[in-house]
Design a protein around this ligand. Sequence first.
Ligand code: CA
Ligand code: CA
Length: 328
Amino acid sequence: MNSDSRRAIGVIIGLAIFAALSVIFIASHEKAVPVFNGHEMVRIKAGEFMMGPTESASAWIKENTGQQDWTLSSKAFPVTISNAFYIAKHETTVAQYRAFVEDTDFKTLADRGYFPVTWDRKNKIWTRQPGYSWANPDFDQEEDYPVVCLSWGDSNSYCEWLTLKAREAGIIEDGWVYRLPTEQEWEYAARAGGTTIYTWGDDPNEAQFYANVLDATPKPDGEELASVHFDSEDGFAYTSPVGNFKPNPNGLYDIQGNAWEWCINDYFDYPGCNTSNKFLSREYKYKVLKGGSWDNYMGSFAVTLRRVGKPWFASDTTSFRVVLTKEE
Ligand SMILES: [Ca+2]
Ligand SMILES: [Ca+2]
């Protein structure tokens, strides 16, 4: 056997070992990430990060949102994520929520007459309009679009159902739960180690590649565009199918844009707040929404920006994504 032959065999053996290791890795990875009701999950390692905007980023957000009350926190502070957790690749879809409603006959707040806030095109105001709900927002949605018009409670109820069903199906063990992410988990997973204003960097012109935002796409009903919007056209005047844009470095799609995402914890001022990953009482006044939506512009997409909503608030911009974690 000449040296070329030996080298070729060596390469083949090397590739075979690499392929075998890859299979083992993929198999163990898949085993560790159970898919249930269509939720593909990404494992996020434990670690530390600086939560919240730097002072200059905070000033930029205020300048570009005019919403100072959304950005009460002005200083970044360290947060420890003590345990690895799983987070859904995608926002929860219409189809996934439909499975829950059909199994339980669950009535959302909107189904019980507390209608979501939607845009009144005639009077040009955001207001509660009768008739709209997750099954009938005020625009067309397919089954793979993010479910919207949900309150925090409507979202939380889905997570509780998902946990029960996954346990019954033997997908997860007792002690594991699906729930909404804490704000800390959401921001940690969204930033993926980055320190830029958006998950994709600092350039708002890149939004068209990474997020369904308030842009220059014509409205299907001929409604005039908002006075401020991104100049690009991302192709969607309202919501878009989940996973349509590029993911963040953790492989999470629509973590910015498409629909706001409920977090489980109460809103609190920081720094000076509880800096662990624990969420506070569920009965407090406000919950946190993160990530911006199809109806937001510029500063609202800052990954550190926080929006608040009472637990019973819902609009055609609010949805959620689930995490899977060990119960604390
Ligand atoms: Ca859009
Ligand atoms: Ca989103």
